[in-house]
Write a protein that binds this ligand. Sequence first.
Ligand code: NAD
Length: 391
Amino acid sequence: MSKRVLKVGLIGGGGGAFIVNPHQKAIHFDGTRRVVCGALHTDPKVAMSEARKWPYKLKGYPSYDDMIEDQARLPIGERIDYAVIVTPNFVHYDPAMKCIGAGIPVFCEKPLTVTVDQAVDLAKAVKKCKVPFGVAHTYIGHWSSWFSRWIITSGKLGEVRWVDAYYLQGWLATRLEEEGQMQASWRTDPKRAGASCCGGDIGSHAFMQLRFVTGLEVTHVRGMVETFLTGRQLDDHFTTYCKLSNGGRALVRATQIAIGRKNDLGIEVNCSQGSLIWRQEDAERVTICLPGEPDRDYWRGAVGGTDSFLKKLPSWVADEPTIPAGHVEAFHDAYARLHRSFEADVRKYNAGKKFNCDGSKYANVEDGVKHMKFIAAAVKSARNNSKYVRL
Ligand SMILES: NC(=O)c1ccc[n+]([C@@H]2O[C@H](COP(=O)([O-])OP(=O)(O)OC[C@H]3O[C@@H](n4cnc5c(N)ncnc54)[C@H](O)[C@@H]3O)[C@@H](O)[C@H]2O)c1
């Protein structure tokens, strides 16, 4: 019997918004989820007109309060199965808390909130209400991120010594916010973005990639949080030097002023017996370097068999549905993998079964809290001569 198609409600996404588009593609990717309603804009009139203009039938609400109130009245099966929050950072906490309070699962954009206190509060509510909660750290949704995680956490390359996790962009190399560009305007405003622009916006992705791939935590951080563009209120360059929970060290760095860099997120993990190298702009390939041997490139969809280094892939890596190698997977596929994994937990929740949101397939609310603490610690360190701050 085919599964009931899950219903999804959008919070944010109208009026030329950015990240709603990959989300809705990812939601519809498998035919098992679809968007049915949305509170798409902060202005109620625009929210309704955007809903009418939507490319497919969608029930519009003037505000997310209206949407949550209305949906919460319905029984499971009729109401939305989860809400996707794609608003600027300062509009994550309130709708997320309201959804959680109404028993509606939430898939929220990152960074989780604008302050650590809000994030901690939210995590407490999620724990208390026992509702599935995911945070949209896109890049851990790549198959190659799962593959990398298995290689490093299974110890195939030995002990992690040094990690370089980075996210380099160039789109804020001019004062775009002065031109009223929507995405730049709120990202550079501390009230709407939080304590850091570059760190919160993309440093958080590099930090998540480090934690996801290595399975290690950052215990101490030294930060240099800098602003190159005169008059800009928040940082556009974010560099941290970190101590890891196994005694290793890491650089977690991000910049938005590197002209020519687009979405250059990557990770290099140097271990005692070899290294792993991956870049999201070349997301299908993971390079493994072993001493005295030619480098090995592993391509998604073309891994397995009798390889002397890999041996046998575990089923959670090997069985993940993919198209054959060479038919390229990218950003939207990564988002879809996150939604697919979240869907599994939502279905268990709907059926009254145990679900785990354990962070192994998508980021959870605890990950969101850790990222907020990391950003706050880096900013604190930067204000204190880059001295180590304990996390
Ligand atoms: N995971 C990723 O790779 C990724 C990439 C880009 C953005 N993001 C995150 O996604 C979020 C949105 O970013 P964006 O670039 O799409 O922003 P955006 O400015 O393009 O869109 C924000 C949307 O939220 C709406 N909105 C604002 N306040 C609202 C309210 N009170 N009620 C309803 N709608 C409201 C706006 O009208 C707009 O539609 C941010 O938290 C950002 O950090 C994540």
